[in-house]
Design a protein around this ligand. Sequence first.
Ligand SMILES: [Zn+2]
Length: 508
Amino acid sequence: MPALLLTNARLAGRTDRCDILLDGGRIAAVTPAGASAPVPVSTLPEQVDVDGRMVVPGLWDAHTHLTQWAMVRQRLDVSAATSAAHAAALVRDRLDLAAPPTGGTPLVGYGFRWATWPDTPTAAVLDAVAGDVPVVLLSGDLHSAWASTAGLRFLGIAEHPTGLLREEEWMPASPRIVTVDDAVSDALVADAARAAAARGVVGVVDLEVADNLTAWRRRVAGGWDGLRVRAGVWEQHLDAVLDAGLRHGDPLGDPAGSDLVTQGPLKVISDGSLNTLTAYCFEEYAGVAGPDAHGILNIATDHLVPLMTRAHAAGLRCAIHAIGDRANSLALDAFEASGARGSVEHAQLLRPDDVARFAALGVTASVQPEHAMDDRDVTERLWPGRDDRAFPLAELRAAGVTLALGSDAPVAPLDPWVAIASAVTRSRDGRAPWHPEQRIDVRSALEASVDGRPLDLAVGGPADLAVLDADPLALPAAHDDPADLADALRGTAVAGTLVAGRWTHHAL
Ligand SMILES: [Zn+2]
C-alpha cells in the first residue's frame, strides 16, 4: 500500500490546518500544513488535498446484524402505494435511481395492501416497469407476494395466471426470498459495507444470529476488504471459537493475511424487548397483570455466570443483551461474578445505582439512540413514571460510563449519523426533544462512535479515517431548533473514508 498524504486537513476542535501522513496502514505523522514530513516513508506519498475539511477517526457501529441489514436495506418500501399502478411506479422510480440488486437476486419490496386498490396487481404491471429485472413484492402481512414474470421465474414458478401469490401458493416459495445462498448474501453484505463506508463507517460489531466464524472466514477467504468487522459468537457456536483458540481481537482469516475481520464478543440474550412486554423489569408493565407482568428473563443467573466465566477465561469479551432495568441489574451482577469484560447491549432502562455500577465495573453501555425515537411513545405508555430513566445517555456519560453507539441494524439504519443525531437532540420528525435532559453533546456522541480513539487522531493508530464536508461540532451553534439540528446531523456528508490507509469511499 503506497503512503498517502492528506493535505489541508482540519482536526476536531482545531482551526489550524494540518497534513496527515498515512503509511503502512497507520497514521505516521500529523504536521502543520505545508511542513515537510518528519518521518521517512516507504514510498513517495500520493497527495490528496482535502481543502480544509474535517478529518476524524472512522466511525463504528457497535451493534449490527449485518446480513439481515444487507438483505433489508435493498428492499423497497411500497406500503404507501394506493394502487397497483402506484406500486409499479415506485418500482420504476427505484430502478431509475439505483442499479438493480447484484448476484441474480430480485428487487424485493414490502408492505403492499391491495384489498382496496382500484386496479389488479398482475405480473404484467410489474413487467412493464421492470422488464427482465426480477421483482417480488411482499404484502404488509407477509401472507402474499406479487411478482413480475422474471420474479416468478426466480421463485421457481414457471406459469402463473396473475403473478399474485396468496397463502398456500406463496408460503412454499417464500424461503427463496427470506433465505439466500452464501454467494448472494456475501454479495449483499459487500454492498452494505460500501454503503456504510459512504457514511464514514470503518468498522462494525456483527452480532448476526448465525455461525459467524464460518461466514466471516469464507468472506475473508473471498477477499473481504469493506470494513473492519468484529464477529460476535453465540453460545451454540462458542465451542468452535474456543477450539480454534480465538481470543478477542484475533484475526479470523489466515494469520498472515488481512486483519480486518477479528473475533468479537460472546453474545447472550438475557431478556426480551419493550414492545413485546418481555424486557425484564423491577416493576410491572402498566396495565399488565399475571406471572409475566415484569417481563421475561431468558437466562438464569446460574447459567449466565458460568458461561461468561468460560468465555472470559478463554480471552473473549461478553456482550449481554439487557433492556429492562432488572435484566440490566442481573447482567451487571454477572459481570461482577465472572470478572468478564465487555458490554451490556441496549441498556434501555436503568436504576440510578446500576448506572454507577456500569462505571465501577468498567462495562460499556452499547446503546442505540435511534430506538429512543422509535419507542418514545410506547415507553411512556408501558413504563410510566420510569421513562425518565429510559435511554439515559447523559446520566451514563456523567457517571463516566463508556458509551458505544450503534444501530442494531436492521432495526435502525446502519448510519452512525442517525444515531448521533438522536443522541444529541432526542428529536426526530420535527417533534420536540424527548427527555432533553438525557441529550449528550456532539463531541460526546462522536467519541462514542469511534471505537475509543481520540477525535484529534493518534499518531501510530490505525489509518481509519472519515473526511467530513461539514464540521459536526459547529452544527449546534448554527441550528437553534433541535429538529433542524437533528436534520443537519443526519445529513452530515462524508467526502471520503479510509480503512488501514486505503480508500473505501472517495468522493473528494
Ligand atoms: Zn441486535
